[in-house]
Design a binder for this molecule. Sequence first.
Ligand SMILES: Cc1cc2nc3c(=O)[nH]c(=O)nc-3n(C[C@H](O)[C@H](O)[C@H](O)COP(=O)(O)OP(=O)(O)OC[C@H]3O[C@@H](n4cnc5c(N)ncnc54)[C@H](O)[C@@H]3O)c2cc1C
Length: 427
Amino acid sequence: MAGYTTDRATTVAPGTPLALVRARHTADVQAVMRVASRFRVPVVPRGLGTGLSGGSTAVDGCIVLSTERMRALSIDTAAMVAIAGPGIRNAELKQAAAAEGLWYPPDPSSFEICSIGGNLATNAGGLCCVKYGVTTDYVLGIEVVLADGRAVRLGGRTIKDVAGYDLKRLFVGSEGTLGVITEAVLRLRPLPPPASTVVASFASLVDAGHAVTRIVSAVRPAALELMDRAAIAAVEAVKPMGLDTTAAALLLARTDGGGDEAHRIAEACETSGATYLAATDDRDEGELLMGARRMAIPCVERTGAVLIEDVGVPVPRIPDLLEEVEAVAVEHRISIPVIGHAGDGNFHPLVTFDPDDGDAASRALAAFDAIMDVALALGGTVTGEHGIGVLKARHLVSQLGGDVMDLTRRIKQALDPYDILNPGKWV
Ligand SMILES: Cc1cc2nc3c(=O)[nH]c(=O)nc-3n(C[C@H](O)[C@H](O)[C@H](O)COP(=O)(O)OP(=O)(O)OC[C@H]3O[C@@H](n4cnc5c(N)ncnc54)[C@H](O)[C@@H]3O)c2cc1C
């Protein structure tokens, strides 16, 4: 069971599970939930364990219920939908759709290693979400097994459907606390047009933040990503590709809107003080640059233990957030490389520390808390896409407030009266 007790939030200590079940069919999941419900055994649903918040971390005495083997997949080209088991990897779904000339847009940086079940349970975002939306925007229907073992279908295959409460959206992003997702009906789009990529360097993070606000008010980029100097250095150390290691920040923008969008993005960067600008229409070159951004988290993880933030702020507050994160790093004497889906206002300050270095761990934790406080003070959120899990549990109440937490707990109580689904996390 050892390989199934943690996710990628390496600072979260796992409990000891009672058993691991690798379900193949909905009936297997139902059987587990019936037994668990009868004997009040905690169940931790699990996809491929790439979560960054401790959501699929085992708790003591639980059944780890892995849906990685639930791998049915079919594409209905006429209806432009995919019917996917939760164990299908995001990249596999993209490939299968592309073979039919279709596209499944949600693209977490982990798309090659994470599962559709995990994507739905965390309402995963990604790079192209700034233009094409997040996971929930593609979910037409789900099959979900409830805490008592009943399997229900929510939503369906139609594009419009307002019959009853939109319960499927309640389960999307519920992080395994309300039910186990056993199938998803997902909307597909035609393949996107060819894209251009613009790269810009900046002498300060705040300048890059201003460029982001200017870009999104001028055009609708298909991706708008940021890496700061420390993140660039971490990637270059692992895979040298000639990124500008002297820049304080790098913006990577993708546009598939044609016309003069690439030019307008470059203009917005120039006005904001870009020190270097380049653009390419070459697909492979564009992919290489976006690939560098996707590699950033694992590359920074090689430099120390990392507490991964996932804060989001309204776009006009991005420069303030970036400035405050720099101040937090100085105040707590800790390295905080910053990457992010800048166009969404969603940033991942990576609070990095050496766990064997005296009080570094407690300084890191203080910095981690401070950044979430900053995001909330700026009218933002403590998590834009990674979910609450364990890492951000104590900050959820600060964001939602007592009344909304009470409502949240009443929903949980109604659907999971014995509190057996992913208990002890955030609800
Ligand atoms: C390098 C790297 C980059 C990343 N980049 C992004 C990014 O750009 N955007 C983004 O959104 N995320 C990103 N992530 C985080 C992670 O990949 C996503 O949260 C992903 O959706 C998790 O999928 P998983 O299959 O690994 O799920 P897991 O980690 O196994 O589980 C995640 C949560 O979902 C629940 N769960 C899993 N399967 C089910 C199911 N079938 N039914 C009910 N609940 C279930 C679990 O209980 C847990 O709470 C990144 C991770 C890494 C390591």
